[in-house]
Design a protein around this ligand. Structure first.
Ligand code: FAD
Length: 267
């Protein structure tokens, strides 16, 4: 978004990109939960270096008449707000069922996707996908799988196989999906790639492993950005919008990204 705005402002409207203000507000103490903490820190510094203001451990408390207020007490005007604060579990689960849920309202499941815990399984109840708190065995610890289609589809298959296993008196298998690596694009020709101990930063980060899934499962827009192109075809009347904003426009993005609900369960 930062790169897009700067590129569009400069190339199409003659607005000095230095006049744009970009705030990224993140409730957690870090961004990009899909990558390691050190890589996440590097990305935050990179954004800051490019001119963005990154607010970590901060929430938006109010957005009214174009004025944004943060939990830190800071207030600023914003001409464009992008809200990507993630998803929440359907409240019907916690309020209208007696299924066990965690502090975020997600159904507690065992690694084999049966509802309950190893000590207290709930016979005949299974859950998968966005509504389930599925342990991420590939990461370990208290990590949960992120709510995206890549996990949901695979979990659905595992759940079906485990149902068949139960019917046939066989052992169930835990859900486990290890990613080959993660790429996060940071704008035009910039990004970070991480796979195990291998970390590529900057241009190599987006150029060396283009076929791997992006952090947060970005779509074609991210692919285009990674390839150094900017498309504005999907923006509703971008020319009118930017022209109306004027050179003093501020840009602000609320983290976190698509499907980027914290991967790690809160302690
Ligand atoms: C805008 C957007 C873009 C996304 N892009 C990507 C992407 O690029 N890549 C990726 O991997 N993931 C992406 N995701 C995430 C992905 O769509 C979800 O992780 C995935 O669909 C989850 O599958 P699910 O089966 O758990 O839930 P869903 O696909 O949400 O299915 C749940 C179903 O349950 C139904 N339902 C809800 N409440 C009830 C009820 N009380 N009774 C009966 N039925 C009910 C709903 O109508 C829905 O049909 C995106 C999500 C969104 C919103």
């Amino acid at each position: 978004m930062f790169s897009l705005a700067r590129a569009v402002a400069r190339k199409r409207y003659g607005i000095d990109p230095a006049e744009l203000r970009f705030h990224l507000v993140e409730a957690a103490g870090r961004i990009l939960p899909e990558v390691s903490r050190s890589v996440s820190g590097w990305v935050a510094k990179r954004l800051t270096h490019k001119g963005a203001t990154v607010h970590l451990g901060t929430t938006v408390t109010s957005v009214c008449d174009g004025v944004v207020e943060l939990s830190t007490g800071e207030r600023f005007e914003s001409g464009l707000i992008v809200w990507t604060a993630g998803i929440a579990a359907n409240p019907v689960i916690a309020k209208r069922t007696d299924l066990p849920t965690n502090e975020r309202g997600l159904i507690v499941v065992r690694p084999d996707l049966q509802v309950g815990t190893r000590a207290a399984p709930l016979p005949g109840a299974w859950a998968a996908g966005d509504a389930a708190a599925v342990p991420d065995l590939a990461v370990g610890g208290s990590a949960l799988t992120v709510p995206n289609a890549q996990h949901a589809v695979r979990q659905g298959k595992r759940l079906a196989k485990n149902l068949v296993a139960v019917i046939r008196g066989r052992c169930t298998q835990p859900y486990r999906h290890g990613s080959l690596g993660v790429i996060a694009t940071l704008g035009l020709g910039d990004g970070v790639f991480e796979s195990g101990p291998i970390v590529l930063k900057g241009f190599p980060g987006v150029a060396r492993a283009p076929r791997l899934p992006r952090a947060g499962d970005p779509d074609l827009g991210a692919e285009a950005a990674g390839a150094g192109r900017v498309g504005v075809g999907r923006l509703p009347r971008p020319r009118h919008r930017l022209a109306a904003l004027g050179p003093a426009a501020g840009l602000r993005v609320q983290a976190r990204g698509p499907g980027l609900v914290p991967r790690h369960a809160p302690p």
